[in-house]
Structure formats: C-alpha cells, structure tokens
Ligand binder design. Structure first.
Ligand code: COA
Length: 323
C-alpha cells in the first residue's frame, strides 16, 4: 500500500511583546493609516532580548507535538526553516533537538527565506514517501526583528517574529486514496537575488546585515509566481479552484493576498488571513496561519488546503494537502 504524509499536529508561537503601527510612527516617518492601507498590518510581535529563534521554534514545536499526541523521541527528522538562525553555525535545528531533549534521528536548517516552510514540507514529504523516515517535525521560525533596519520605513513596518510547526507522519493509504500531502511544487530564480536581501553575511561582511528590498518588484513577482504555482499544483492533481477549501498563503501583505486570490478567482472567505496580527514572519507565516485556522475550527479534517509562499532568492512554492 502506498505511503502518504499526514499532518497530524500543528502549533505556533508569538513572542509576548507587541509593537503597533503607532509605536513605529514615533521613531520613523510613517503612520498607522499608511501601513494599514498599503499592507493590512496592524501590529507585529517582537522577541524579547535574549529570546532566540530556537526559543520560538521550541515553543511552536511543543504545541504541535502536543496536538499530535506525540513525544519528541518519536520524531525521526527535524527541519527548521529559518533565515535568522541563532548562530552562523551550528544549525538552529540542532539546538531545538537538544531543547526537545531528543537525540533521535537528524536535524538541519533550511534556508529558503519566506518559502522555508513550504520547502521544508516538500523535503520531509519526500523523505517520508521514500520510506527513509516515518515522522518529521517541520518548523518555520524567525526573529526578523534582528535583521531590521529600524530607520528604514520601507522595510521596518513589514516584518515580525514568530514560529509555526507541523508534525508529519507517513501512513499507509488504500490504492487510489488521496489523503495527506498530495503534492509539493518548488521554484527559484537566482537572477532575482538582489530584489530582497540582507546587506551582510559571514562570507561577505562578517555581519548579519539588514533587510533591503525593492518593494514594487517583489510585489509584482509575488502575485504572478504565487498564482502560477497554485495553478501548477491544481493541474498536477486534476483539481480546480472550486475544490480548494482554504488557501493558506504566506502572510506578507494584505494586498498580495488579495491580488493572488483575485487572480485565482477565490473569494476572500476561503483565504486564511493573519497578517494584520503579526506582519510578515517569513518562514513562520504559513504554519502560523495554518495553526490559527486549525485551532479556531475553520480548517476541518478532510478539507483541501492550498499552501503557498514566495520569498527572497527568489524562491516560491506550493503544497496541496487533503487535511
Ligand atoms: N510609511 C510612509 N510612507 C512610506 C512607507 C512607510 N512605512 N514606506 C514607504 N513609503 C513611501 C515611499 O518612500 C514612497 O514615497 P515617495 O513617493 O515620496 O518616494 C511612497 O511611500 C510610495 O512607495 P512605494 O514603494 O511606491 O509604495 P508601494 O505602494 O509599492 O508600497 C510596499 C510599498 C513595500 C508596501 C509594497 O511595495 C509591497 O508590499 N511590496 C512587497 C513587500 C513584501 O511583501 N515583501 C516580502 C515578500 S516575501
């Protein structure tokens, strides 16, 4: 019997401290109205001093494990999608493995910026379907606040900190039964490297750098690429827009969410939107949105979920899941 990857638990975590648009307007030339109007963002959560990406990841992972009814020792592989690791090396996932008090299996970080969770889901799904592992913890965790130039109004209003996680398990399904991860689709275009980047790195400046972005170009590519990868995922499964119960998109910006939904002809009522509450949390945003809608009862077992994201690289991808 074929093995398909099931999402058996979800979890998320946002740091306690909330920074509103009005708070930002005290230090840069911006307004609550401008930020809401152009991005839909109302506030972001910012990690406390000394609170690291691994702490956020650990909290989200614990909640996902609890929801799955599993203990860390049952996990074969841990992937942390992050662009803001605790240290340049080792991987943040190694620290999370230790925090979870498990020495089982293996752990690594995955760097695809805002697409990190979708990339992680894809990698884990392939490992599971190949039979190399049976269970995985895929986490997206970021402290984007540590890469923000707080004087740059073009970017400082857009990002926040947070983490989301899923527990995956391979289960045998009947021949022809389509339950769990149906397919994943990944893309990148390194020619667009400069559109969104950090102005530093260990090999370049020996510092982490700050976020730099050509916002209008990123916006244009986002709507086009996201709509096209959603089409690709539907076509690969012989499904149409009407089959999607929930679009669970990367939460970058309300206007990108609206633009993509409009291009796909999906009503807003079928799009999970959480960006107002936590801004763009990069790799954390898709699992954060997923967990929010699972816990508030919008997403039900058996529904068809289309998850998608685009980030720096550029990278983009989609995962279609019969939840
Ligand atoms: N407050 C007030 N004004 C601001 C501002 C802020 N926080 N940020 C930028 N502006 C100003 C600009 O300086 C510019 O002023 P100017 O005309 O005097 O030069 C003006 O607003 C318009 O800027 P523009 O870049 O044309 O705005 P926009 O409509 O494209 O909106 C973004 C800017 C960043 C919101 C938009 O481009 C965007 O959402 N891009 C995608 C960003 C994203 O999601 N990135 C992550 C993807 S993973």
């Amino acid at each position: 019997m074929p093995i398909m990857t099931q999402i058996i638990g979800t979890g998320s975590y946002l740091p306690e401290r909330v920074v509103t648009n009005d708070d930002l307007a005290k230090t840069v030339d911006t307004t609550d109205e401008w930020i809401r109007d152009r991005t839909g963002i109302r506030q972001r959560h910012i990690a406390a001093e000394g609170e690291l990406t691994s702490d956020l990841a650990f909290n989200a992972a614990n909640r996902a494990l609890e929801a799955a009814g599993m203990v860390p020792q049952e996990i074969d592989m841990i992937i942390v999608g992050t662009t803001t690791p605790d240290h340049t090396f080792p991987a943040t996932s190694a620290r999370v493995q230790a925090m979870l008090n498990t020495g089982n299996g293996f752990a690594f970080d995955l760097q695809a910026v805002c697409s990190g969770f979708i990339y992680g889901l894809s990698v884990a799904d392939n490992f599971i379907r190949m039979g190399q592992i049976n269970t995985a913890l895929v986490i997206g965790a970021e402290t984007m606040s540590r890469l923000i130039d707080w004087q740059d109004r073009n970017t400082c209003v857009l990002f926040g900190d947070g983490a989301g996680a899923v527990v995956l398990r391979g289960e045998e399904v009947a021949e022809g039964e389509k339950r769990g991860v149906l397919s994943t689709h990944l893309h990148s275009n390194g020619h667009l490297y400069d559109l969104l980047h950090a102005s530093g790195g260990p090999s370049w400046t020996q510092t982490a750098g700050h976020i730099r972005m050509q916002g209008k170009d990123v916006f244009r590519h986002a709507v086009t690429n996201l709509a096209s990868v959603v089409d690709e995922a539907l076509e690969a499964n012989g499904l149409g827009y009407d089959d999607i119960d929930w679009l669970v998109p990367h939460q970058a910006n309300q206007r990108i969410l609206d633009g993509t939904a409009r291009k796909l002809g999906l009503p807003k009522s079928r799009v999970v939107v959480t960006v107002a509450e936590h801004a763009n949390t990069s790799a954390a945003s898709v699992p954060l949105a997923l967990d929010t809608a699972v816990r508030d009862g919008r997403i039900q077992r058996g529904q068809l979920l289309m998850m998608e994201a685009m980030g720096a690289g550029l990278t983009w991808g989609a995962g279609l899941v019969r939840f």
